[in-house]
Design a protein around this ligand. Structure first.
Ligand code: DX5
Ligand code: ZN
Length: 228
């Protein structure tokens, strides 16, 4: 079976008890913590920054933290996230004047780098930088909010991207973000994704007083992936 990784987006977690939420979702079998950074400029919403990333590390989180930066500009804040314990740092190419430089900066800071593609953004931004990318993130919603519906054109984009990665022979993860649920994750995997962000699809499920709710939903996702 492919090396599938499930990355809960903490955007949909209960921020009043974030440390516990992250502990619980990791204990339930999640692989990566997806960390959505929004600046009320590149996207019309405002969320969390390096201080919260650092707080999760101090809390004892050792799993990879996947920092999805929906911010503009990007370069100034990269070293802050690296110092705060980010594992991956990804950004949107439209938000950087110098994509190659931003990708290099992420790696120089000791993190894994990635580019994020909005539903309307062409993959041609990858043409000359594939050697500097550890992750490609395909957005299946427009960025800014959790709980939106999966935009179907992302499937075709995933297939194209999967071919691109395989033809290159490079070790690049292919991540999908937006509207991922237990009932569409298999189809998304079949289109080529290997890393699955899910916010409302995980944190929005089950009853708050059910201690096993994350085990249940992540179990359903793994079971669906096992059929691919
Ligand atoms: C949207 C964020 C997503 C968001 C996904 O801008 O990048 O990570 O949390 O939420 P769901 O899984 O609810 O679509
Ligand atoms: Zn995200």
């Amino acid at each position: 079976m492919a090396n599938y990784q499930i990355a809960p987006s903490i955007l949909s977690a209960d921020f009043a008890k974030l440390g516990d939420e992250v502990d619980n979702v990791l204990a339930a079998g999640a692989d990566i913590v997806h960390f959505d950074v929004m600046d009320n400029h590149y996207v019309p919403n405002l969320t969390i920054g390096p201080l919260i990333c650092e707080a999760l590390r101090k809390h004892g989180v050792t799993a990879p933290i996947d920092v999805h930066m929906m911010v503009k500009p990007v370069d100034r804040i990269i070293p802050d996230f690296a110092a705060a314990g980010a594992t991956y740092i990804t950004f949107h190419p439209e938000a950087s004047e110098h994509i190659d430089r931003s990708l290099q900066l992420i790696r120089e800071q000791g993190c894994k780098s990635g580019l994020v593609f909005n539903p309307g953004t062409p993959l041609s931004y990858l043409d000359y930088v594939l050697d500097k990318v550890d992750m490609i993130l395909i957005m299946s919603v427009n960025p800014g909010f959790g709980g939106q519906s999966f935009i179907p054109s992302a499937m075709e984009k995933l297939k194209i991207c999967r071919r691109l990665i395989d033809d290159s022979g490079r070790d690049i993860r292919l991540e999908i973000d937006g509207g991922v649920k237990a009932d569409n994750i298999a189809e998304i995997a079949a289109a080529g994704a290997d890393t699955f962000v899910a916010g409302s699809g995980i944190f929005g499920k089950g009853r708050d007083d059910d201690p096993n709710r994350y085990d249940t939903i992540i179990g359903q996702m793994r079971a669906a992936l096992a059929q691919v």
